[in-house]
Design a protein around this ligand. Structure first.
Ligand SMILES: [Zn+2]
Length: 262
């Protein structure tokens, strides 16, 4: 960090390359041997410093990568296209599991659209990094929101007691969206689908990629409360009535544990 200055209310930390520190390619992450000039100065929002917004400012180098050609260097504090630092993104994503968008945005001094974008990105990264374990038993449930006017479909991994996926609506399209998300390869491992109300599924099941339909067994009654996954889906879902459905993915899916390697 070369120097810190104030820009109105904002604290700006200006960063410079230390000596001839090795730079990495943002395309493949490999150490690049040569630089090829610098890009204009960019700014990244970081966690607040006391009560004041902190911004990192840096002019990234272009690097000549053996594999990718000329690319922008990979900076250790932020993901490739991110406009906020990884530290801030992680904090926002964690808090978004507990609070509404508005509360999260206010807490970090962001506008809510930025908060939404951050969490989407964190969820996507989390999914990429998550090691997928075979999925054998799933449970499909629905919840109503907005006083029964609209429905959400929840898919649980019943073997591991976790919420796996959530989607708007409770139609055949919804369940097909789930199986599209799951993918043909992963969908093949599904052996049992438990549901007690899933008419669209009972009427024929998804076209692609189908779980083994002979295994679709509607439960005789709703699962007992203690059999429900530990994920606090019903309570957190109640909040979606206030905060909108885009909140959903943040709750439903894991947040990135890891991000860009320095
Ligand atoms: Zn590269």
């Amino acid at each position: 960090m070369a120097r810190v200055r104030e820009d109105g209310d904002v604290i700006v930390a200006e960063i410079e390359r230390i000596g001839r520190r090795r730079l990495r390619c943002s395309g493949c992450g490999d150490v690049a041997q040569q630089t090829a000039g610098q890009r204009p100065r960019r700014r990244w929002r970081d966690l607040r410093l006391r009560d004041r917004p902190l911004v990192l400012a840096y002019a990234p180098y272009r690097v000549r990568c053996r594999r990718c050609g000329v690319r922008v260097e990979q900076v250790p504090w932020a993901a490739r296209w991110a406009r906020v630092t990884t530290a801030l993104a992680r904090a926002v994503a964690l808090l978004a599991r507990r609070l509404s968008w508005a509360e999260v945005a206010t807490h970090f001094g962001l506008d809510w659209k930025t908060a939404v974008a951050i969490v989407r990105e964190a969820v996507a990264t989390g999914l990429e990094l998550r090691r997928w374990r075979p999925l054998h038993v799933i449970g499909i449930d629905e919840v109503s929101r907005a006083k029964g006017q609209t429905y959400l479909t929840l898919v649980y991994d019943l073997a591991r007691h976790g919420l796996l996926w959530a989607g708007e609506g409770r139609t055949r399209d919804t369940i097909e969206a789930f199986f599209r998300w799951l993918g043909r390869h992963r969908g093949r491992a599904v052996r049992v689908v438990c549901c007690d109300m899933w008419d669209p599924l009972r009427r024929g099941g998804p076209d692609a990629p189908p779980p083994r339909r002979d295994c679709l067994r509607p439960l005789p009654h709703r699962p007992a409360p203690q059999r429900r996954p530990r994920h606090r889906a019903p309570r957190s879902l109640a909040r979606h009535e206030r905060s909108g459905a885009s909140h959903l993915q943040a709750h439903a899916l894991p947040v990135a544990e890891e991000s860009v390697e320095p």
